[in-house]
Design a protein around this ligand. Structure first.
Ligand SMILES: C=CC1=C(C)c2cc3[nH]c(cc4nc(cc5[nH]c(cc1n2)c(C)c5CCC(=O)O)C(CCC(=O)O)=C4C)c(C)c3C=C
Ligand SMILES: [Fe+2]
Ligand SMILES: [Fe+2]
Length: 343
């Protein structure tokens, strides 16, 4: 019997340093997130980062936490409930990090007689620290505990026509509330090194981005190319003026160079260039979370206005909106009935 496993990133159990610390430990000790030798990762994560970050992150989580829990978890649960109500297949939700594990979700599916699973990493773009780590972890759990289950993975959908339509229409609806001078597409950043590592040709990806317009097999796994592609496709769908749209990368950790331009520098640059009214979209995330609600909707607004900007609007992620739920159900049914996956 077929079933569906939706996987998002995960959150701490509560916005306290006590619960944030083990969550960050699991997250940052992932070799696809901090990709250095294990001894150095232990030194960096446990010896340095976890000494101070849990308190700072807990404060940030406290600002956005809902009565029902972490926005990312609550939204993912609402999405799952809606998807479940529109398909006959069993649908389970797991998280890559934290207590809602992938193992528990697979156990739930197995309990319902499922032996063929469609794995849906809830990320539009491929990055080794997001999409890839979900796939690798799920395969590890499958091999160790559920050898009878066969897994098929939904490809990254960053350029799928139907996804671009749903995303563009959500953006168009958000843009009605602001007489914008500029629209910033802010994607979660990754260290520059990661896109080199994900390049199967070992020579295509250039750190300056000059490679991303040339067609290459490397783009199947080039996060930066895929982000720019999403921006271009939305721009074309909505017929947005070229000079009013740009892309940037947020949420970097100190240390190595990350993908540029950096979102926080862009807020300042755009305001200083005289852009008064700014709309910000965050398409690397399908659900609102710490990185969109705190870093972009709260901190970003302050940064933009302090630098001279006036109106500022963060357009929400797709969350549990009906068009997004319906598209996911369509992909699930295509796989269920025709073994077809979205391209
Ligand atoms: C080396 C560090 C990190 C990489 C690489 C990274 C990539 C990456 N992350 C997301 C999506 C999310 N990240 C979120 C939070 C978050 N991310 C990092 C670090 C890296 N992410 C940290 C330390 C945190 C925790 C919060 C903090 O201390 O700042 C979230 C939000 C989680 C939530 O509970 O709301 C998401 C979602 C992607 C898509 C990605 C690669 C493309
Ligand atoms: Fe992250
Ligand atoms: Fe590229």
């Amino acid at each position: 019997m077929k079933g569906v496993l939706l996987v998002n990133l995960g959150s701490p159990d509560s916005p306290t340093p006590k619960d944030v610390k083990p969550y960050l430990d699991e997250f940052l000790m992932d070799e696809r997130v901090i990709d250095v030798p294990k001894w150095l990762r232990i030194l960096l994560v446990r010896g340095i980062i976890l000494q101070t970050r849990p308190k700072r992150s807990a404060e940030a989580y406290s600002k956005i936490w809902w009565e029902e829990g972490s926005p990312l978890i609550v939204i993912s649960e609402r999405f799952t409930t809606k998807v479940r109500s529109k398909t006959a297949l069993p649908v389970a939700l797991g998280m890559r990090y934290g207590s809602m594990s992938i193992k528990k979700a697979l156990q739930e599916l197995k309990g319902k007689g499922v032996d063929e699973v469609l794995l849906v990493p809830l990320y539009p773009h491929y990055a080794m620290s997001s999409y890839e780590t979900v796939v690798v972890k799920t395969m590890e759990v499958q091999k160790a505990s559920f050898p009878e289950i066969r897994i098929t993975t939904l490809p990254a959908f960053y350029k799928n026509d139907k996804y671009i339509k749903v995303l563009s229409e959500a953006i168009a609806s958000g843009l009605k509330d602001i007489d914008y001078d500029h629209i910033l597409f802010s994607y979660h950043g990754i260290p520059e090194r990661h896109i080199r590592k994900s390049d199967p040709t070992s020579f295509h990806c250039k750190i300056d981005g000059s490679c991303c317009q040339t067609n290459s097999v490397a783009h199947h796994s080039c996060y930066r190319h895929q982000c720019y592609d999403t921006t271009e496709r939305v721009k074309a769908f909505l017929n947005l003026p070229d000079d009013k749209v740009s892309s940037s990368f947020q949420s970097r950790l100190a240390g190595d160079p990350w993908l540029k331009p950096y979102t926080d520098y862009e807020f300042e640059r755009l305001a200083k260039e005289g852009k008064k009214n700014l709309a910000v979209i965050t398409p690397a995330f399908v659900s609102d979370c710490l990185e969109t609600l705190e870093e972009i909707a709260m901190e970003g607004k302050e940064q933009f206005q302090e630098a001279g900007g006036a109106e500022y609007k963060h357009i929400p992620c797709l969350n549990d909106s009906d068009p997004w739920v319906e598209l996911m159900v369509e992909w699930i049914e295509d796989w269920n009935k025709k073994e077809v996956l979205p391209v």
